[in-house]
Design a protein around this ligand. Structure first.
Ligand SMILES: Cc1ncc(COP(=O)(O)O)c(C=O)c1O
Length: 363
């Protein structure tokens, strides 16, 4: 793939060095066009009738298949949600957690995982234990009912040792907000039980999009936390409460056509470029950035082959530094409470943008 051709898919890159996909990815022009077309269709044709209904459900199932392709699983193993947090909430609310059971998590987790865990602690009486990210597998004990942690740490860009974690035999819920679309993923190979993902970050979808992978043998063990029309095998007999086939029973809400039109078009842009290329290009650029920053004497947090680079700014307040960079057309973020600036590097970025960032951070 020619990097310049790929960059041209994202109009924001004409104006800004967009280095914050870890929060929200850049919107591809083709996704914006798909949204416009969908809105025009809804306005023109109305939102009623069998054809409209079938096309809306069909779009949701195409998105499910698109997520499944990136996850490396079957569409039946994927629920369409609104966020990583939704997926985490689905798993924690669906599991029959008992007082005194332990959930092991790390000290580098995002509120999107920690808030649902905190509720499980308060309402279900589970014991929550936070340990260093790199120590998770060693800390699994006999009362550990679940390990819930990031696949890629949003703080440092380190990658969890998933093989060691699955090797413990304890069920594993991975928060994949900084993983799916960012690094190569094959949920079958990973062997995790649940994999909760954001659509709006590295998949360049709209806010309020995402998915949840549930391993086949785990599906029947999950209660359906938010039953709806979509959860049912036969919506004509809702009181039978016979669950729909596959993880679709865990879908969140009625499928929103506009959301799914955007999500699908964005997935198509990325898969047309080739996922292997997308992952390799982003990881190589991120590694190059980390190297350039270190060469200039800045402290970069130890990281894995991910797309996040976290750096301690030289004698400057990170939040102010993020604002100063934004005024110069470079979008990054700071990590509250940790004095870090986090740079998210995608395949859409250029080495020139990274050089400009390094110049400004070290001037
Ligand atoms: C590691 C991690 N988990 C969860 C989230 C929350 O994602 P979402 O808004 O999709 O729930 C984020 C978002 O920044 C994140 O970085």
């Amino acid at each position: 793939m020619d990097p310049a051709t790929f960059r041209a898919e994202f109009p924001v890159l004409d104006r800004l060095a967009y280095l914050n996909a870890g929060t929200t990815g850049p919107a591809p022009q083709r996704a914006l066009d798909a949204v416009r077309e969908r809105l025009e269709l809804e306005g023109r044709e109305g939102r009623s009738g069998q054809a409209y209904f079938s096309s809306t459900i069909g779009l949701a199932n195409s998105v499910r298949a698109g997520y499944a392709a990136v996850l490396g699983c079957d569409p039946e193993q994927v629920a369409v949600t609104g966020s990583t947090t939704d997926g985490v909430n689905t798993v924690l609310s669906g599991l029959d957690l008992r007082p005194g059971e332990e959930i092991l998590t790390s000290d580098e987790e995002h509120p999107g995982l920690l808030a649902p865990l905190a509720r499980a602690r308060r309402n279900r009486g589970v014991h929550l234990r936070e340990v260093p990210f790199a120590e998770l597998a060693n800390e699994v004990g006999s009362s550990t009912r679940l390990v819930a942690c990031s696949h890629v740490s949003w703080v440092s860009g380190q990658i969890a040792d998933v093989a060691a974690l699955t090797g413990t035999g304890v069920p594993l819920l991975l928060d994949a907000a900084q993983a799916l679309g960012a690094i190569p993923v094959d949920v079958g190979e990973l062997g995790c039980d649940y994999y909760a993902c954001s659509g709006q970050k590295w998949l360049c979808g709209p806010e309020g999009s995402g998915c949840l992978f549930v391993r086949r043998d785990r599906l029947e063990q999950l209660e359906i936390p938010w039953p709806s029309f979509a959860s049912l095998a036969d919506p004509g007999r809702p009181l039978d409460f016979e669950p729909a086939e596959g993880a679709a029973r865990l879908d969140h809400g009625f499928p929103a056509g506009v959301r799914n039109a955007w999500a699908l078009a964005a997935l198509e842009v990325l898969s047309a470029a080739g996922w292997e290329w997308v992952h390799e290009q982003a990881a190589t650029l991120a590694a190059r950035l980390a190297e350039m920053l270190a060469e200039r004497g800045l402290e970069v947090l130890p990281r894995g082959r991910s797309t996040l680079v976290s750096v301690l700014p030289h004698h400057r307040d990170p939040a102010e530094e993020v604002g100063r960079l934004a005024e110069r057309g470079i979008l990054v973020r700071h990590i509250p409470g940790r004095d870090l600036i986090r740079v998210s590097v995608g395949a859409w970025n250029s080495e020139g943008e990274l050089e400009r960032l390094v110049e400004l951070l070290t001037d």
